[in-house]
Design a protein around this ligand. Structure first.
Ligand SMILES: [Zn+2]
Length: 173
């Protein structure tokens, strides 16, 4: 029995095992183009993960066109993939949603410091907190900006109970 199992495992390559388990990546041979890349490869193509990510950075337009074409041809799969990505990357999704909302209200100044804001959303995810606009983007009296100095971390419950009327009082402190 064990003999059979060993023979079977012996015939399975890491890639075949990864495919059977539904893993996206597997550890294969060291990259032939750059040994610093290590051996992580995509199960579907056998391509080096680092090579592809470096290529993607240099070819953003090509990647975008290809992705758009895929999404147009496979709307159901694309929606499922987006959903999966969003639930795994809540911090990134929240940061980009907030930026989108802010731009809609023309509240995102050019000096809004995207990198610092991104870190804040990462911290919020880490501590299970929410990113809050100190002066709300759509306040009744004044509108706040989506920028580093107008953002703070709040406990989830606290943010829900905070109302837009609260903020002018903070000036008196
Ligand atoms: Zn590589």
């Amino acid at each position: 029995m064990i003999d059979n199992y060993e023979r079977l495992v012996g015939r399975l390559t890491p890639r075949k095992i990864a495919r059977a388990l539904g893993h996206l990546n597997y550890e294969g041979g060291i990259c032939s183009k750059n040994e610093k890349h290590g051996g992580f490869r995509y199960t579907s193509t056998g391509q080096c993960v680092k090579c592809l990510s470096e290529w993607s950075k240099d070819n953003k337009e090509k990647v975008n066109t290809r992705n758009k074409k895929y999404r147009d041809n496979n709307p159901h799969k694309a929606r499922k993939l987006t959903k999966e990505w969003s639930s795994k990357n809540r911090d990134k999704r929240n940061a980009s949603l907030a930026s989108y909302r802010a731009s809609k209200h023309q509240a995102e100044p050019l000096w809004c410091e995207h990198e610092k804001i991104k870190t804040l959303y990462e911290k919020a995810k880490e501590y299970n907190m929410e990113v809050d606009h100190i002066v709300p983007l759509q306040g009744k009296i004044v509108c706040g900006l989506h920028c580093w100095h107008n953002l703070q971390l709040l406990d989830r419950g606290h943010n829900a109970s905070k109302s837009n009327v609260m903020w002018p009082d903070s000036w008196k402190e």
